[in-house]
Ligand binder design. Sequence first.
Ligand code: UDX
Length: 424
Amino acid sequence: MEREPIGVVGAGWVGLVTSACFAELGHEVWARDIVPEKVESLSRGEVPIHEPGLSELVRKNAERLHFTTEMPDVLSHAQLLFVCVDTPPTYSGDADLSRVEAVMRELGDSDEHALVMKSTVPVGTGRSVQRRRDSLGYVSNPEFLQEGSAVADFMNPDRVVVGANGGSEEYADRVAAMYAPLGGEIVRTDVASAEMIKLASNAFLATKISFINEIANVSEELGADVSEVARGMGLDNRIGPKFLQAGVGFGGSCFPKDVLALKQLAGNSGYHFQLLTAVVEVNELQKRRTIGKLQKHLGSLAGKEVALLGVAFKPDTDDIREATSLVLAGRLAGEGASVRAYDPVAGAKAEDMLAGARIADSALEAIDGADGVVLVTEWPEFRELDWTGEVKRRMRVPLVVDGRNFLDREELVEAGFTYEGIGR
Ligand code: UDX
């Protein structure tokens, strides 16, 4: 079956995964990015993102992947334009749609193209675009990719959401047909509902995390073990075991942004979304409580050496956007502690982001002489450390705050560590 050529606007994490996967499915892809260096390195098959399987896919499909800085290259080859530009929150929490506006301006008054919106945008964006540009097709096709498993997520979707109104149904049919080979439910709906599905899904996942974090906090007071509680809860098929991992809070480029965007959107529409206010507050609380666990054993942190294990917002990525580590490093420096942080891949990126913290080249270097260690990101290699031997020998005070309940508490306690978990 003839695969139609497609355009991708924005070759960042989402745009690149989308381009590589559609190329893998047999489509010619014209991907545009405004950063020349990025286009040059991508054209050489060099992928500037740590995402398992992505660079292999880009190299394997090189002959179908065309990277350019020029929008006319894209417009002359493709009608469906998958918009994958970032829509970061403004100071007020609203989504900054300037990059989407720029794309629309570059489209001129074309009536031959359709925007297929992959970027997360406020509910109502599609309607306002179509009101202003009724010659432009518009399809909402939000992404549900998790960093670290994005290629697998794209190729094995739980569901694909395709939202369109009136005149864009034909474009929506073509978008839906592109996903048909992947399996997974294809949800055909209107644009506003498609936009809301994305925001509501992320907000719900963030809510689930803040909920289990509060259960963890109250479990500490009542002597329950939140890992056991989560195990028992998760067996209920209405709850499910995923996203019940208590910890130092959620980070990343999506959850914090999308929760704020939905809260702001609701507020702007006259509805006070009370739950999301609490979700954000609990997420902040987890960071304060982490500092508090260190102070509980060390007293004042002034002059103390604290090691952070993990900088990336989660394992299997080098992404440090909204990472908990950045907040903790800043707070610890504010308390007068000196901080050394180590991350298997994200360390270099964080050099100038970790207020006052020094980046160590290894976990043991970060731990050397430390009065306390905080496990912030659950990289598997941190479990392999020789905690009862080398680690304990190097630390000035054997205190560990296990921010992801990731380590073997019994082993550490037996070896003489003071162990603080989250909710256990
Ligand atoms: C998320 C959504 O999962 C994805 O569907 C959406 O498209 C983009 O945002 P991502 O941000 O890549 O994906 O990471 P995710 O794996 O969802 O984790 C987000 C944050 O939540 C991380 O900081 C992680 O540490 C934290 N988390 C996750 C928890 O604290 N507990 C959990 O149980 C799960």
